[in-house]
Design a binder for this molecule. Structure first.
Ligand SMILES: O=c1ccn([C@@H]2O[C@H](COP(=O)(O)O)[C@@H](O)[C@H]2O)c(=O)[nH]1
Length: 236
């Protein structure tokens, strides 16, 4: 699917960063028809939330399994094979060559799409240097995205700040999925590379991942719909 073919509403992925499947199901009910795409990450997955992938898929929703896999190749390939049976649309792996290669092998014959996490959006150059890297965020994101493309990965997780440059490098065949989204006036929290929904879409992001600004809002549905309206406006 090309960027132009994704409906504005379907570009918002709500991160179900909640403590239990019951809390997640209550949020899904509250958001109703307004949200079509959900993300399940560590908090919910480790609290028994993985069966929600199939339940959501049965309701016609899409699910992004944000498992950020990184292990020896065989373990990653077998893990991806298992997640491919769950009904998830996306799964994440860290953007290391062995890991990405194994993930692509593991999803063979399924409809699951692999996203490579380049550099977490809570990192800036100082954080990378503290972790032992000698290059900055933009250089590392670019190098990892290029490797991901060569290895047959389907999409990239990056911050909206890198989207413009990456789009020139990887073209329109790879999906660019961006967390680090903050509607104007909302708390940044631990995110360091952020942008508003409208600016991220204008920069060329395909999908926006939003967690706390939606799930911690007094009226999550109203916030989700406001983000979708901002997306639609940015797309013109
Ligand atoms: O680089 C990354 C990769 C994944 N995430 C995930 O996205 C959401 C963002 O939540 P907010 O509450 O909107 O900050 C969260 O589930 C992260 O695990 C990311 O933020 N950055």
């Amino acid at each position: 699917m090309t960027q132009a073919e994704i409906a504005p509403k379907d570009r918002l992925i709500v991160a179900l960063d909640l403590p239990s499947p019951a809390a997640a199901e209550a949020m899904i009910d509250q958001l109703g028809d307004s949200v079509t795409f959900y993300k399940i990450g560590y908090q919910l997955a480790y609290a028994g939330g993985l069966p929600l992938i199939g339940k959501l898929a049965d309701k016609g929703k899409k699910v992004f399994a944000d498992l950020k896999m990184h292990d020896i190749g065989n373990t990653v390939a077998r893990g991806v094979e298992s997640i491919a049976k769950s009904g998830a649309t996306f799964v994440t792996v860290h953007a290391y060559p062995q890991t990405m290669k194994a993930a692509v092998e593991g999803r063979a014959g399924s409809r699951l799409r692999i996203l490579a996490v380049t550099v977490l959006t809570s990192y800036n150059d100082d954080d990378l240097h503290a972790a032992g890297y000698r290059i900055g965020v933009s250089e590392l994101v670019e190098a990892r995205a290029q490797q991901a493309q060569v290895l047959g990965v389907d999409g990239i997780v990056c911050s909206p700040e890198e989207v413009g440059n990456l789009r020139k490098i990887v073209g329109h065949q790879m999906e660019l999925v961006t967390p680090g989204i903050r509607p104007a006036g909302s708390a940044t929290g631990d995110q360091k590379r952020i942008m508003t929904p409208g600016r991220a879409i204008a920069a060329g992001a395909d999908y926006l991942v939003v967690g706390r600004p939606v799930v911690e809002a007094a009226d999550p549905k109203a916030v989700a719909e406001a983000i979708q309206a901002e997306i639609a406006q940015a797309l013109g």
